[in-house]
Every structure is written in structure tokens, then in C-alpha cells.
Design a protein around this ligand. Structure first.
Ligand code: DP6
Length: 361
């Protein structure tokens, strides 16, 4: 499928009004997306676990309107109007208008809420843009009921990508790959696809406990962060490494080789931060407690041989990853040894999920 497939020909149906509601999860990258070209084209391929409980729920009530010259929408976040979010949606609508030519036909009442605490440092752009894109595709499906599931989900991921790159990995599947790679069939820079190769059962129920080390606003916005890769002295080597890591992960995912999995995942996390530390301007997004946690995890793994590891996003929080058969002991370890390094002792237990779901009512 290509971008051309996402340009609708005509619609057979224009309902007066309607209502759609979707819940879309967050995701955590194992091979990181860091660096992009216009418009939202990743510099390298990435792969992520889809999460389950960290999610955004969005509903859209839509009503036909007279004026078809402008976009018209209201935006409510957790029940209250949120004006400062509107420009983001306006920009998103402008970006996707060609692909959703009904956007000026309706007035939209958009309501959204997150399952995770506000300003927990967990990025809501992935789940938020994915949930919004699912709603818009659901509306398009009402205008064009013939659309098949393959197009529906690929286009939802395509739209989500135009909102926020990593959002395209929050649409469908438990392990999702995004970015063209010569050895991955049907891989695309335009949208995410469920990982197409064999995946061992151990990864189907992997756990992710998110340690909230620092709940403040992100120090570096993702746009600024990605831009730091332009002219970065290590950029080309880094991009190649991501391609190679996707190759290396193929037998690891198939066999469930956790030692090799851990090496790649932790290296990817530290490389992401190394890129930030070596860019101009440079940033350190880890906090002292991030390092305390990493060292505790290494010590615990060495002593117990339990395959627990960490990954990081572009901030200080730590994602603790482990197979579900070790859940009980690892949760005890987290509670006794790691929670002390979290802001207000807070962490969120999550695990691998399946992607976005429609909510009825
Ligand atoms: C570090 O998807 O937030 O989480 O495309 O600018 O919205 P934009 O960036 P975003 O970047 C995510 C970067 C990351 C790694 C990843 O999720 O792959």
C-alpha cells in the first residue's frame, strides 16, 4: 500500500450526524525512532511493544454544517475545554485534509481522556494521535462502507503518523514495526505494520512497569529532539545501527532469546540518550534516579539471572521490561528496591496489548 491508496475517490454516503469512540494505547519502542525528514518520514526503522493500560480514549460527535470553507471543532480534555491543544489539531487537520476530504463538511466535538495521570511524564501524543485517527477513520468508514480492514488500519496508522511519528505504532498488533527496511516485507515509512515474522510466545505477554522518575514537562520536545539528528556527527552510524538491530532481532524474536533481546533493547535506550548528549545543543534527560534504577536492575539481573531489563523514552522515566512468568518476583523487587527512586513512589504496571479498540456507546 502507498500514500496514493489513502486518497479517497468519492463517498457514497454523508450522514447528517454521528458518534464514534475509540481507545488507543501508548507504545514503547525497542528499536528507537530518532531523526526524521519532512513530512514525518523516519530516518530509520523502529519496532515497539504496544502497551495495554496506558491509553487514550477519544470520542467524536459530528454534525453536518453549512460552511464548508473552514474546519470547525471543539476540544475537551478530561471533560474541560482545552484551548491550548486546538492548534495541534488544526495543524493535524490541515495535514490530513487531502486524505479525509470530509473534514470541512462537519463540526466535530472531540473529547479525550488518558488512563494515566496527567503530567506523569508519559507522552500522550502516541496514544492521543492514534485514538483521534481511529475516530476519523471510523467516520470515513461510514462515508465509504466498502472500505476493507486492511485499508482501514493501514490508513489509520498513516494518519496517526502525520500527527506524531510513534503514534503509527499504536494502531494494530502487539509488536509493531514502522519504517522501510529491505529485509522486512511490506515495511513502510508511511505507516506501521504488525511485525511480520515469527514471534515467540514469551513476547506476547511481556510486562512493562513504567517508573515515574520525573513527572514534569518534557525538557526537549520531540520535534526539537528529532531535529538534533540533522548534522549530528554520529547520525549516519546510528541510523545504520537501527537497521542492523532490526535484522538482529529477527531470530531473537523467533527463538525467544532473552539474553540477546536485552542487549539490543538496553543498547538502543542508551544510544538514544547518547545521541542527545552528543548533539548541539546537548541534553541530559536522565536524572540521578534514572541511573540508580539502571544500576539496581543490572545488579538484580546479575544476582538472580532473572531476565529483567530497561528501556527509556526521551525523558527520565524508566520502562522495566520482563517476561510475565517472573511477574510476581519482579514486582516485589520493584516495590522494595525501585519505587523509592520514583516521584511520590509512583509507577504504572502495564504489559503488551493488541492495539486500538472501538468503544460502543
Ligand atoms: C524517543 O513520535 O514523539 O519515543 O514524530 O515528532 O511526534 P514526533 O515524535 P515522537 O518521537 C518518539 C521518539 C521516541 C522513540 C520512539 O518512540 O521510537
Amino acid at each position: 500500500m502507498t500514500e496514493q491508496d489513502f486518497l479517497p475517490k468519492s463517498y457514497s454516503n454523508f450522514p447528517e450526524n454521528g458518534f464514534v469512540k475509540w481507545k488507543a494505547p501508548s507504545n514503547i519502542a525497542l528499536v528507537k525512532y530518532w531523526g526524521k525528514k519532512p513530512v514525518q518520514i523516519p530516518a530509520n526503522p523502529s519496532v515497539s511493544f504496544t502497551l495495554d493500560s496506558c491509553a487514550t480514549t477519544t470520542s467524536i460527535a459530528f454534525q453536518k454544517k453549512e460552511d464548508t470553507e473552514n474546519f470547525s471543532f471543539d476540544f475537551l480534555f478530561e471533560g474541560k475545554p482545552k484551548e491550548d491543544f486546538k492548534p495541534k489539531i488544526q495543524t493535524f487537520f490541515e495535514r490530513v485534509e487531502n486524505y479525509l476530504p470530509f473534514l470541512k463538511t462537519y463540526h466535530f466535538q472531540i473529547e479525550t481522556s488518558n488512563s494515566f495521570p496527567h503530567s506523569s511524564g508519559i507522552a500522550s501524543s502516541a496514544s492521543g494521535m492514534a485514538a483521534l485517527s481511529m475516530c476519523l477513520m471510523d467516520i470515513e468508514k461510514q462515508l465509504n462502507p466498502e472500505m476493507d480492514d486492511a485499508l482501514f488500519y493501514a490508513k489509520a496508522s498513516f494518519l496517526a503518523r502525520l500527527g506524531s511519528g510513534s503514534a503509527c505504532r499504536s494502531v494494530k498488533g502487539d509488536l509493531v514495526q514502522w519504517g522501510a527496511h529491505k529485509n522486512i516485507p511490506n515495511s513502510s515509512n508511511e505507516f506501521g505494520v504488525p511485525y511480520p515474522f515469527e514471534v515467540h510466545d514469551v513476547f506476547k505477554t511481556y510486562c512493562d512497569t513504567i517508573l515515574l522518575v520525573h513527572k514534569g514537562k518534557k525538557q526537549v520536545s520531540s520535534t526539537v529532539g528529532h531535529n538534533l539528528m540533522h548534522g549530528h556527527p554520529y547520525a549516519e552510524t546510528r541510523f545504520k545501527q537501527a537497521f542492523d538491530n532490526l535484522d538482529a532481532l529477527k531470530p531473537i524474536f523467533a527463538k525467544g532469546d532473552l539474553d540477546a533481546f536485552i542487549k539490543i533493547v538496553e543498547s538502543e535506550a542508551l544510544t538514544l540518550h547518547a545521541m542527545m548528549m552528543t548533539s548541539m545543543p546537548y541534553f541530559i534527560l536522565m536524572k540521578p534516579n534514572t541511573l540508580e534504577i539502571i544500576n539496581k536492575i543490572w545488579e538484580y539481573r546479575e544476582n538472580t539471572k532473572i531476565p529483567v531489563c530497561f528501556t527509556l523514552d526521551a525523558g527520565a522515566n524508566v520502562h522495566v521490561l520482563y517476561p510475565s512468568n517472573h511477574k510476581e518476583v519482579v514486582l516485589k523487587f520493584i516495590d522494595e528496591e525501585l519505587a523509592q527512586y520514583c516521584e511520590n513512589g509512583q509507577y504504572i504496571n502495564d504489559g503488551v496489548g493488541q492495539g486500538a479498540v472501538k468503544i460502543n456507546g
